[in-house]
Structure formats: structure tokens, C-alpha cells
Ligand binder design. Sequence first.
Ligand SMILES: O=C(O)CCC(=O)C(=O)O
Ligand SMILES: [Fe+2]
Length: 281
Amino acid sequence: MGSTATGNTPSIDLSRYRIPGHDACYYVPDFITEEEERYLMDKIKESPQQRWKQLANRRLQLWGGELTSTNALVAQPMPAFVDTYPDIIARLKGTGVFMDAPHGRPNHIIMNEVGLFRRSITLSDQFYEQYLPGQGIMPHEDGPAYFPVVATISLGSHCIFHYYQYKPDDTLPDGGRSIDPTPVLSVLLEPRSVVISEHSLYTAHLHAIREVEEDIITAGNATTPPLLSDLGVPIVNWDRVTLPAAVKIMSEGGALKRAARYSLTCRDVKKVLQLKLFTKR
Ligand SMILES: O=C(O)CCC(=O)C(=O)O
Ligand SMILES: [Fe+2]
């Protein structure tokens, strides 16, 4: 894939990272280094309060601009800590997965704080913030604003990322569709990894992170891969994990405790608004 290389950023041969049996999902462990992860998390923690958007049970930041109600991007420059050091945008471009996207690379990142629950309490006029683990993201689709590829980088903690399908021919009275509760694919996302989904995983599936404090794994054996114990579903990238604790748990079973996790979901917004600047001469 030499043709996708960008400047001094080496290209990555994604075919080595394909999840076996799934042509629309790639898992790359150690996509960024520990030093880069620390640097990014420091930048996130230093960012001014007004950069955060508070949702019902999580916070996020938008990097690269905001979307209008018609799904167009009002572009802003990407922060240097994803464009220059670390050169995340160029690295993702170098995988080739954005080659057919309108801008050939991600132009938008949603940075989510997941796996932490932030609760404000007031005690005798003092304001405290209490952190509780076990935060998740409900099943959803990322929608039509983006070219159908998403690359998600994890920082700070692992999580288990599930893909779901709709039940066939099952339209609810409100016009919604019901979701098959058994995930079609469950991937262990380690800190510093990237998971890339495209094609039907983007356009016809949903994805979610369950709201749990730890993920309990049943060890694999000669005939069965390691399973997520309560759902009984296989961890499809069990033989690709690199974190010593995760490698051990895949062969011996056990619990992986979650901590604060930041995710960088990188996509290409199809429509970018060209703002005409009216300047006085
Ligand atoms: O935190 C994640 O890995 C997923 C976030 C997500 O699904 C999104 O931003 O659309
Ligand atoms: Fe999403």
C-alpha cells in the first residue's frame, strides 16, 4: 500500500489486521505509543471546560469542526495533537481505508469520555465531582453525514465493543426497528489500539459499549475461543491482544477492570461548507 503513504508517515498494511471471517473490521493493537497516549490524555485533561459538550451521561469534544442540521461540516483546523504530533490523521490516511472517501482522510473527530461517570455533589457549599466506572454507549448508528468508515482509537482503558444487527422484518409500532440483543461481533479494544469498521458494519449495523465496571472472560480452549462470560459470545480478536493482562485473561479467564477511557472516533464528513468571508477592503 505504498501509494497511501503520507509524507514521512509509513503506510500500514491493513490486510494483516483484518478480523478473520469479517471483511469490514480491522483491529490494530499499539496503533499509538504509550508516550503518545500520555501526551494526548494530558492535552485532553488540559482543555478548557468550554470545549466539552455535556450529554445526559457522558461528555465529548468535537475536533475539526461542528456539523450543521443538514449534516455539513463547518470546518475548524484539527488540533496539532492529532495532526502533527502524534500524526494520527496521516497514519489513518496511510492505512488506505479512507482512500475512496471524499477528502481521502478523516476531517472530523468526536472525542468521547467513556467508562467514567461524572456526578456532581454539593456538600456544605463545597462542590465535589465523583467518578464512578461503568459508563457505556447505547446501540446506535453513526449516520449518513459521514463516508461509511470509522476509525476508533482508545486511550486510557480497554472496553468491549459490540456490533448488533436489526431483527429482520420487525418494525415496531413507532416505526423503529428492533435490535437482535446478541451481538454479531464483539471486539476487545485495548488502550492505544484502533478498530476500523466499514461497509455493512457501518451502514447496516449498530454498535455499543455496555455499561459495566469489568468484563468477565471465560478462558478459551482447543475448540472454543475465549468468551465474554455473561453473553457467551466470543472475543473475536482474542489472539491479537497485546496487553499482558489481556493476554493472560484470554488463556486463563478472569475479570478486566475498566477505568477512564477516551475514544477518538475519526471519520470523513462528506459535505464541507465553504464559508464565504465578507471582508471590508
Ligand atoms: O467510544 C467509542 O468507542 C464509541 C463512540 C461512538 O460510538 C461514537 O462516537 O459514535
Ligand atoms: Fe458511534
